[in-house]
Design a protein around this ligand. Structure first.
Ligand SMILES: [Ca+2]
Ligand SMILES: [Ca+2]
Length: 151
């Protein structure tokens, strides 16, 4: 990610992601039959259309930037309900071994909610509003906004 001000603007624009939602909506017909990798690929394709990729959160600094943005955007508890955002990590390939899809590197920094990831068929990683923006593994086919980052 680039300069700090640029990062914040980037996260801001992309988490708004009306374009992300509309693209997801357009392909909603196939949603039930699309597998989890398909959903992840689709989100990634939206990011790539904006010369970016699903965000990897690989340091405390980067997490503070994104968390700070989300806290500002959803300042009250009732704003956090359903304020869930996919990020670019999953354990689709190997259960329990989460990695970033951009770098294909395993997670080093993590910001899991306590009790997460839990042993279930949940292979994608979301930032969950009601967990005060800590991470959950969740079923990849759920529809949420997602966060892209520019390299
Ligand atoms: Ca899993
Ligand atoms: Ca979970």
């Amino acid at each position: 990610m680039g300069a700090r001000v640029g990062e914040r603007e980037q996260v801001g624009r992309e988490t708004e992601s009306e374009w992300g939602k509309s693209v997801s909506g357009e392909s909603g017909v196939g949603e039930e039959s699309m597998n989890e990798e398909g959903r992840e690929r689709e989100r990634r394709a939206v990011c790539k259309a904006f010369e970016s990729d699903l965000v990897s959160i690989e340091s405390n600094d980067e997490n503070l930037l994104i968390d700070g943005y989300l806290q500002t955007k959803h300042p009250h508890d009732n704003d956090k309900v359903a304020a869930d955002y996919w990020i670019g990590g999953n354990d689709i390939e190997s259960e329990g071994n989460f990695k970033w899809i951009g770098s294909e590197q395993p997670f080093t920094f993590t910001y899991w909610m306590s009790g997460q990831p839990d042993p279930a068929e949940q292979d994608c990683v979301e930032i969950r509003g009601v967990s005060n923006f800590r991470w959950h593994d969740e079923t990849c086919t759920h529809q949420h906004r997602f966060i892209c980052e520019k390299p």
